[in-house]
Write a protein that binds this ligand. Sequence first.
Ligand SMILES: Cc1ncc(COP(=O)(O)O)c(C=O)c1O
Length: 400
Amino acid sequence: MIKSKLEQIGIFNDNLNKVKPSPIHSFDEQISNVPNILKLTIGEPDFSVSQHIKDVALKSINADDSHYSVSAGKMTLRQAASYFLNDRYDLNYDAEEEIITTIGATEGLYALLASILNVDDKVLIPTPAYPVYAEMARINGGQPVFIDVSEDDFILTPDRLRKVIATEQKIKAIIITNPSNPTGVTYSEAQLKGLAEVLRETNILVIADEIYSELNYDANHVSMAAILPEQTILINGVSKSHAMTGYRIGLLAGPAGLIKKINMVHGFVIMTPSNPAMAAATEALAGVQSKNDTLVMKAAYQERRDYLVEKMTQLGFEMATPGGAFYIFAKIPDDLNQNDVAFAYDLVDKQQLAVVPGSGFGPGGESYIRISYAASIEMLKIAMDRLKNYCEDKRMSEIL
Ligand SMILES: Cc1ncc(COP(=O)(O)O)c(C=O)c1O
């Protein structure tokens, strides 16, 4: 192991002093070696990529499509993204000037934040939220401002937003995740319109992370970009909708002037996305069979969600309405240990079942757990048996 004096003298960017590792991955790493562990921790689709998508990636490799492309992504991919957004959500983005394709939604978000944040600029984050947002804001010199929305069924309301805007200075952006990770809640058109009314009066950029848009079970997904296009950058991609997390293709869509600047940062960071991955994502976004691929996965997720909601409700868990994504965010019943971190470790210890402690997702997540149902129904059945055993043992030991 090479030791360097440089880490002791503090060679790093000061912003990193404020950055914490992802609580999801830290927890997952700690419990992964427990024998017989059943993990419902990571938001990773458990489906294989469809053969017709793989075939296109292979064709790209075999055709020696092995050179640099353009940083915004191949025009065919951007056209496919434009088609996808129009076909599914009635959005109109010009492939040439209003869309860039990124290394997953993650790099898109990074390039976007790096493009807009000056020191101490604030980013509003309704919580519980995907932990990456706050840390990415901090890496880029910004400050996350958490808005606890747990009291409002995990939906940001115009009133709460108005109050935060009235008290905070230097707000640059707000991140609205719809459907939400970790809660699974979805925003209705009326709820988005209510927020848009408040935001329209400000210079705040809306970062609409809609990576789970194709997994909306109870309603048609409505995009924030349809309601406030002039002030919104839309984030999406193929990771969740097409089970292509490892292909690493995401997209940003928004007003041309904003996209142009973000593309500058994006290009310096990544040069270009990978060609086989772009080819595969083109097929995923615009191929004739792809829409059905997603519907098949969606039906399976929905079945799993319904199963979990039924079982967990029977065990006394209350939960945010899980209308989308593949997460259940459930309140630990009052008669069990309300400390979510202690609860999660104890569940691993006693029943070898891993779920993520809710407090890792920021204010409002305390005394909740997040369960990812990106796992087979057979696994979920075993998980629910284990959770049932855990709850029964705890309740019995209280009585004795
Ligand atoms: C809300 C949200 N946004 C973005 C991402 C990252 O997506 P990608 O794999 O396309 O980078 C995730 C992954 O879990 C997520 O939950």
